[in-house]
Design a binder for this molecule. Structure first.
Ligand code: UDP
Length: 239
């Protein structure tokens, strides 16, 4: 094990589907999945327990189906299944790095993934296996952000690492507003009152009610997951 000391023993990484899309217009960039797996191996080698909640936005979001006139529940079920596809791609990439990994699904899909049984998941983590949560909470009308927070609480993760395409939380969208300023840290209530786009309001209030910190950081910057885990300054901390 490395000399560097992580400040967290157990983390939950929220990876959006977009993170797996890389530079592609749609779908899964397998090279990207492998580079994420390499970074995760580094923090695994530091002795950190890792659980991941994977999104599905690179394939399908329920809202896209609704915009086309679909029934919301059916559209969300397509979104849920998209997360399982992403989970399998990430599982493969982690296994290629030699990491023991378990795929968990909140909807029953036995031939592909284990069901979510909390004590079993805790045992996997104790044994050093990486957990990939898929299918969110298994229910429509939720996001994988809310699912990430709930699972983080259930497995007693000490922090949510929210991987994004920007360097943290800004006063405005830095892609469109040159005057946008990044917060080093911010309170849950400020995120809610200013309606900053970090996570949906259900996810943020669940974090607030349970004092679960979130670190929002840029995944496209290599080494950022490691920095977050070592307690170094990166992105924006919500607490
Ligand atoms: N979804 C759902 N319930 C959940 C989690 C996700 O119905 O508990 C559906 C919803 O349609 C969502 C899609 O799955 O749009 C993909 O998840 P999300 O949009 O959170 O993925 P991300 O934006 O992180 O890629």
């Amino acid at each position: 094990m490395s000399e560097e000391k992580p400040v967290y023993k157990r983390v939950l990484l929220k990876l959006s589907g977009e993170a797996l899309r890389g530079e592609l217009p749609y779908g899964i960039d397998f090279k990207r999945a492998r580079s994420i797996a390499c970074e995760l191996k580094e923090i695994h080698n530091l002795g950190v327990d890792i659980a991941i909640m994977i999104g599905g936005g690179n394939i399908f979001r329920g809202s896209e189906g609704v915009a086309e006139g679909m029934d919301r529940v059916t559209a969300d079920q397509i979104g849920l299944l998209a997360t399982v596809i992403n989970g399998l791609a990430l599982l493969d990439a982690l296994e290629k790095e030699g990491l023991a990994t378990r795929l968990i699904s909140a909807i029953e899909i036995k031939a592909v993934a284990e069901p979510f049984i909390r004590r079993r998941v805790l045992r996997h983590l104790e044994k050093g296996r990486i957990i990939i949560f898929t299918a969110g909470l298994g229910s429509p009308y939720f996001t994988t952000d809310t699912a990430a927070v709930l699972r983080a609480l259930e497995i007693k993760a000490e922090v949510i690492l929210k991987a994004t395409k920007v360097d943290g939380i800004y006063t405005a969208d830095p892609m469109t507003d040159a005057a946008a300023r990044r917060f080093e840290s911010i309170k849950y209530l400020e995120v809610m009152q200013q309606e900053l786009k970090v996570m949906d309001s259900t996810a943020i209030s669940l974090c607030k009610d349970n004092n679960l910190p979130i670190i929002v950081f840029n995944l496209n910057q290599p080494g950022n997951i490691r920095k977050a885990v070592l307690g170094q300054k990166v992105g924006t901390r919500v607490s």
